[in-house]
Design a protein around this ligand. Structure first.
Ligand code: ADP
Ligand code: GLC
Length: 485
């Protein structure tokens, strides 16, 4: 199949979270299975150093205004990469925000990106399926529909006849909602939604894709089921229900080429399930690097976007308690909301021998922390899939997770006799504290801990399983689109 990804992040180029890992992991796996994969994404400031070989000029009209840009192409690990270059919209270091606030022109930037993606794809005559990822690609579902309708009306043959749009929700909480006043400028339809006190009008990018995509999926079966009702659906449950028969869950894979402690070049010593000496070295190394005492007690770690989603409201009070009462150490790497970051910095001051918060986005450190920890903390309030728990399983760093979405689908909680980690259900500090106590108890019983560690390391969440399911979904989408011709 010839597949075009329309996405805003790609591992190795630009990344703020798991979206980047998932796009690259799936693309690589489809490529390995013999399919042609192309990826179109904005040329952010950070991508101006990517050398390109070919250039196409593209002109589009949005809400009566004409815009021009260049689409510059190259190859990256066998994937055809196409970068949409528009200086004013995209030549900024960070993709979506200035570090504090989302860019005010995000609706225009990403509507433009989608319009260009469709106009460019129409000229290529090269795709069997278009695959959009998250809200940043959502308007493309509508622009494709519009393009197809327009050409059908004119009886004009065009290269996107019968080409379906598959839409993957990596995170249903990010929707890009904006005032209906944007609609004419973006040439997008307005969503009329019942509110408690009557009707209000708004433009919601995610909703547009739920309405116009041929097929919809999200990144775990658990999260798919959660999205069918509120509050998980963040106001869009009706739309998920309406598309229920076209809506599936496909669990992400783990890219073991990049995340394997036996070969990882970023960690101080390699190791595998048969010989964990290297893991002990990684722990000592991280303690040294963070100027923590060389304690043999459990080291709890986390690497994440520092947002409400990741459970910081329940985690910070729980950490204060365990740091005060138990011989544990904690290292957190992350960046995000200022109020949480301040509280985490404060913990470093209060517990200088036991706690470190390293603020920032640091990929090498993320690997080192995965390798060094004894437990990986993911007390997420919701988690569409989660990749860090998959990395943690392979690195023998037992995930301690809230049993929600993809976390529930991938971690078997202790004391189940097939346990691979620790779990808790209720999203509150007490429940998390109970899970932390379980982790500390388990750690004291080293034979039991090691048995679970071995089982965790032998888990496999391959992208090839996921890509087979995506191929089946693409085929269903092609059939569904053909049936409407
Ligand atoms: P999400 O996509 O919601 O952020 P995932 O668990 O799916 O959560 O993926 C997060 C990805 O982003 C992982 O690869 C993780 O290592 C990486 N990551 C998150 N924060 C940081 C950070 N501060 N530094 C380096 N990598 C990070
Ligand atoms: C999102 C989700 C995360 C998921 C990732 C990749 O950012 O928050 O759970 O693993 O996308 O699909």
């Amino acid at each position: 199949m010839r597949i075009l990804f329309i996405c805003s992040e790609y591992e190795g180029l630009i990344k703020t979270g798991g979206l980047a890992d998932a796009c690259r992991g799936l693309a690589s796996s489809l490529l390995a299975a013999g399919h042609q994969v192309s990826v179109i994404l904005p040329r952010y400031g950070a991508l101006y150093n990517v050398a390109t070989e070919a250039e196409t000029s593209v002109f589009v009209e949005l809400g009566g205004q004409q815009y021009g840009c260049a689409v510059r192409s190259t190859k990256l690990h066998g994937v055809a990469l196409h970068l949409v270059e528009h200086h004013d919209f995209f030549a900024r270091e960070r993709p979506y925000d200035d570090g504090q606030h989302g860019y005010a022109d995000n609706p225009l930037r990403f509507a433009f990106f989608c319009k260009v993606a469709i106009a460019w794809a129409a000229r290529q005559q090269a795709f069997d399926v278009l695959h959009g990822h998250d809200w940043q690609s959502a308007p493309a579902a509508f622009y494709l529909h519009q393009h197809q309708q327009h050409n059908q009306r004119l009886h004009s043959p065009h290269s996107l006849v019968g080409v379906p749009f598959v839409f993957t929700i990596h995170n249903g909480a990010y929707q890009q909602q904006c005032d209906a006043g944007w609609a004419p400028q973006l040439g997008l339809p307005i969503h009329q939604q019942a509110a408690q006190d009557g009707y209000y009008h708004e433009l919601n990018f995610l909703q547009i894709a739920l309405q116009y995509a041929t097929k919809i999926n999200t990144v775990s079966q658990g999260y798919r089921d959660e999205l069918l009702s509120e509050p998980a659906a963040n106001g869009l449950a009706g739309w998920y229900q309406q598309r229920q028969l076209d809506f599936s869950g496909i669990l992400n894979g783990c890219d073991y080429q990049l995340w394997d402690p036996a070969t990882d070049q970023s960690i101080s010593a390699n190791y595998n399930a048969g010989d964990l000496t290297g893991k002990a070295t990684c722990k000592r190394q991280l303690q040294q690097q963070c100027q923590l005492t060389q304690s043999n007690g459990p080291l709890l770690v986390a690497v994440s976007r520092v947002t409400g989603q990741k459970g910081y409201d329940i985690l910070i009070p729980a950490l204060k308690h365990v740091l005060s009462h138990y011989p544990v150490q904690v290292v957190i790497v992350g960046s995000g909301e200022a109020s949480y970051c301040q509280q985490l910095h404060q913990l470093t001051v209060v517990f200088p021998d036991k706690f470190r918060f390293i603020e920032g986005f640091n990929e090498q450190l993320a690997h080192q922390v995965e390798a060094a920890g004894d437990f990986f903390l993911m007390p997420s309030l919701f988690e569409p899939c989660g990749l860090n728990q998959l990395y943690s399983l392979r690195y023998g760093t037992l995930p301690l997770v809230r049993l929600t979405g993809g976390l529930k689908d991938t971690v078997v909680p202790w004391p189940n006799n097939m346990a691979t980690g620790i779990g808790f259900a209720e999203p509150n500090t007490e429940a998390l504290l109970e899970a932390l106590r379980q982790a500390l108890t388990l750690y004291q019983d080293q034979p039991a801990y090691k048995k679970i560690q071995q089982r965790a390391m032998s888990q496999s969440f391959s992208w090839s399983d996921a890509s087979e399911q995506y191929l089946a979904l693409y085929q269903q989408a092609v059939d569904a689109a053909a049936a409407t011709l």
